[in-house]
Design a protein around this ligand. Sequence first.
Ligand code: DX5
Ligand code: ZN
Length: 223
Amino acid sequence: MKHLIAPSILAADFGNLQRDLEMVNHSVADWFHVDIMDGVFVPNISFGFPVLAAVNRYAKKPLDIHLMIVDPDRYIKQFTDAGAANISVHYEACTHLHRTVQHIKELGCKAGVAVNPHTPIAHLSDIIEDVDLVCLMSVNPGFGGQKFIESTYRRIKELRFLAQERNPSLLIEIDGGVNHHNALSLVEAGADVLVAGNTVFSAKDQEEAIRLLKNLSPFTKLV
Ligand code: DX5
Ligand code: ZN
């Protein structure tokens, strides 16, 4: 399978949100990555349901919702009603992760678990068969535009090894600090989905930035 690209709208221009959403619609991107932050699980607040409704109105590609919130169970139904295709909850925020994952799937969404950079991959061992996606954080969650953490490469390989027998179709998503220099190495290490915020939305030619992430070659690094 060719890897997928999920531009993170956290880095979009919210004064021109419709324009930026149309740009992604028109591009070779696969998903919209939507970061929800509550100011408790992470030290930042992003946006909530009114903005999500606007995103859902214009977005023509699946919404990949990344919940950086405590007690996500309280809101799963609202996010599925708001148009989510995938919902990822944080391992560190869920006391009853298995129940939360089942709940997401019962509501017709793909279920993901996101893990902070310090959380051992081995802790996913007893949930790996139940999820469609693991979102490996390659920065500490909370902000866009942070520096990529290099241990991510090793973590991708560990996760791929863990999943190879028990969930071979698991999607490994990398979130944070993805750019034109590390994208090819991430895919070579086993990543299936690359989230990119600033690399896309700070680019002069945003559609071209997405195209370069999608059609990776050794020359991409020279951008
Ligand atoms: C970080 C978010 C990321 C962020 C990525 O907490 O989960 O999705 O928007 O932004 P960049 O690609 O700029 O690091
Ligand atoms: Zn995210």
